[in-house]
Design a protein around this ligand. Structure first.
Ligand code: UT7
Length: 346
């Protein structure tokens, strides 16, 4: 079934159908060699242990909101629409603590008046945002939603911390979801998602928030950047994504050998490989772009959807399993059959 061009009237029970995909990357490429001019690391270590060759970095005049506008505009063009009812923006790097970034993005896209809010679930944020958007559609509260994942990770990563600096990159991706008939191609869900706040400090920015406001003038500069216990996070990422992926596949009524494409958060090439291996999904069914863009946190999944669609690695009829994991800890997975007629706008 093709995606609807005229969504049905909003009403309880409508499905969220993917009708457009877009992305935007800052033009500036940062190679491993360039990073290692100030970092005690090597191109070989980063390629072998993370799978990244280069990542993009937004220059200081470009913010998460700017990248969201670019990706959002492209997703709407891909869907062939010029308006939406809601903008849901997943990010760990909002333009400001207050207000949320989404209302300004909506305004700049000519969508003033639309419901617009941010979601924070780390690298799992985009799949959370998609689940919330699907809920808005199912409840009849919106019939067309722009879901964006965008990050300026360079704003919160210590360039001198070799545990995080090689890993992260900047960028944005977006999709349009529209009300449609349950069970048709492009329908997202069900979702398998959850959190474990007992491990919140495994990836955190210690200072700068309400909890540590007593240290706002005394905390060392490094405490305003991301601190991560990488090895521990690695193990949880594999375990949680494998479990969420299995649950999402079961909830969809599929079996794992029916999955044509695994779209896994580009956390680390080895993490993606471990998840695919644990699920028994061959590497050729697991598209990846981490070598070119790094770990772009909440932007990772929509960027990969856009790139894989553009490269013909996502084809109409493919059964696609999407899974992500990040700070919180938080994780989320869902499924869709890739719909016909989608041209990604990069
Ligand atoms: O996006 C969602 C959240 N984030 C993630 O999912 C990231 C998860 N974690 C990771 O991707 C990996 O843990 C890292 C890439 C962060 C680190 O890789 P690792 O293989 O887990 O390294 P490690 O922390 O176990 O360290 C192994 C060794 C250590 O040396 P010794 O103690 O064995 O001598 C580190 O000091 O590698 C050293 N090391 C490095 N060496 C060169 C750590 N980082 C670097 C580096 N360059 N950048």
């Amino acid at each position: 079934m093709s995606a609807p061009t005229t969504p049905p009237a909003p009403g309880p029970g409508a499905a969220a159908v993917l009708t457009g995909v877009g992305s935007w990357l800052p033009p500036r490429r940062v190679t491993n060699e360039e990073l290692c001019t100030r970092l005690d690391s090597s191109d070989q270590w980063i390629r072998e242990r993370i799978g990244i060759h280069e990542r993009r970095r937004a220059d200081e005049a470009v913010s998460t909101g700017d990248m969201s506008v670019e990706a959002g505009r492209r997703a709407m063009r891909s869907a062939g629409v010029d308006t939406v009812d809601a903008v849901v923006l997943a990010t760990t790097t909002p333009d400001h603590h207050c207000p949320a970034t989404a209302p300004a993005v909506a305004h700049r896209l000519g969508l003033s008046g639309a419901v617009a809010f941010d979601i924070t679930a780390g690298c799992a944020g985009f799949v959370h945002a998609a689940a919330v958007a699907a809920g808005l559609i199912a409840a009849g509260s919106a019939r067309r939603v722009l879901v964006v994942g965008a990050e300026t990770m360079s704003a919160i990563i210590d360039p001198d911390d070799r545990a995080t600096a090689p890993l992260f990159g900047d960028g944005a991706g977006a999709v349009v979801l529209e009300a449609g008939t349950p069970g048709g191609d492009g329908t997202l869900g069900p979702f398998a998602w959850g959190s474990d706040g007992s491990l919140g400090d495994a990836i955190e920015i210690p200072a700068g928030g309400a909890r540590e406001r007593h240290r706002r003038h005394s905390a060392p500069p490094a405490d305003f950047f991301v601190h991560m216990r990488g090895n521990e996070v690695f193990r949880h990422a594999v375990r949680r994504m494998t479990r969420a992926a299995r649950d999402a596949v079961a909830a969809a009524g599929w079996t794992l050998d029916e999955v044509d494409r695994l779209v896994v958060h580009q956390a680390n090439g080895r993490i993606g490989a471990c998840v695919a291996d644990a699920l028994g999904i061959p590497a050729e069914r697991t598209p990846s772009n981490i070598d070119r863009v790094g770990n772009t946190a909440a932007a990772s999944v929509p960027l990969l959807l856009a790139h894989a669609a553009d490269e013909g690695r996502l084809k109409p009829g493919h059964r696609v399993l999407v899974v992500a994991f990040g700070s919180g800890l938080a994780w989320a997975a869902t499924t869709l059959v890739w719909p016909p007629g989608i041209t990604a706008e990069l």
